[in-house]
Design a protein around this ligand. Structure first.
Ligand code: SAM
Length: 275
């Protein structure tokens, strides 16, 4: 007799964003597997859930997975939650779910809040196709390379980002993707200081760099995908720049190429400008 592993989404801020089915499931299971038991205690207490909570985080997940699967095989029902939102989405749980499914255990999702979906749904950017890129690399060089690799991606781009890196990431995104495409910063969703700004990427970068309030709290960054026109214009600008730089200083070459191709100068050349 196998038990069931429930994957239960919890709120991303507002404690009331926990579904009745999630509450019933968390009350009914034998134990709750939580990323940070102290943090989850606040939510569980608010909803009168008294089920025992055990810690499963990224560092001990692999070691614990086999033991958890054994308990499930012996008939225990368990619920996996993360600190906020949907488990496994930039959060632990993948190894456990894979191990449980490989062992023939039923894994059942109890859906609910997820920051990327909440942000996308209110961004005003195209939602028909999007790609979620999780967190960009923390190191600037790697981050720029990751953004450049996405510059011709036509789907809407969704990222999680730390508030400490927001200004740098937006500046890198302008360099890699150009200043003109629409972008959204969705901050503190469902919380008191919820803010959703949708602006051309260059304006968003400037606005956030100038306003320390926009650099606080949890945030999701969304950028419109490349249009075919964007990709062609950027490719033309880059070809022109590559030729002009043989004759002109880099800043001047970028200015002429950018004007001709109709793209932002910063998307061709990131150096200081004197002209
Ligand atoms: N599993 C979570 C989910 O379903 O959204 C995501 C966990 S990930 C470790 C945490 C990141 O999600 C934050 O750094 C931030 O980028 C985003 N995030 C979480 N809560 C948010 C909120 N209330 N508003 C905006 N972004 C949020």
């Amino acid at each position: 007799m196998n038990g069931c592993l429930y994957i239960v989404a919890t709120p991303i801020g507002h404690l009331a964003d926990l579904s009745q089915r999630a509450i019933d499931t968390l009350r009914g299971v034998d134990a709750i597997l939580a990323e940070d038991t102290r943090q989850s205690a606040v939510l569980l207490r608010a909803h009168g859930i008294e089920t025992r909570c055990e810690a499963v985080h990224e560092h001990n997940e692999t070691a614990l997975a086999a033991r958890i699967v054994e308990r499930l095989q012996n008939g225990a029902s368990l619920a996996l939650i993360s600190d906020a939102g949907t488990p496994l989405i930039s959060d632990p749980g993948y190894r456990l779910v894979a191990a449980a499914r490989a062992a023939g255990i039923q894994v059942s999702p109890i859906p609910g809040a997820c920051a990327l979906i909440a942000a996308l749904s209110a961004s005003g950017l195209p939602t028909d196709r999007f790609c979620f890129e999780g967190f960009l690399p923390a190191k600037s060089g790697e981050r720029r390379a990751a953004l450049l690799a996405l510059k011709n991606e036509p789907r809407t781009l969704v990222f999680y980002e730390s508030p400490h890196r927001l200004v740098e990431t937006l500046a890198d995104a302008v360099d890699a993707l150009g200043a003109d495409r629409s972008a959204t910063l969705a901050r503190e969703l469902t919380k008191r200081f919820e803010t959703i700004l949708t602006l051309p990427l260059g304006e968003l970068a400037d606005r956030v760099a100038r306003d320390a309030d926009q650099q606080r709290g949890e945030c999701v960054l969304i950028m419109a995908g490349a249009t075919r026109r964007d990709s062609e214009a950027l490719a033309l600008g880059q070809r022109l720049y590559a030729e002009l730089i043989k004759e002109l200083p880099p800043s001047r070459a970028a200015k002429v190429a950018a004007q001709f191709a109709g793209v932002a100068k910063r998307s061709l050349y990131g150096g200081e400008t004197s002209d």
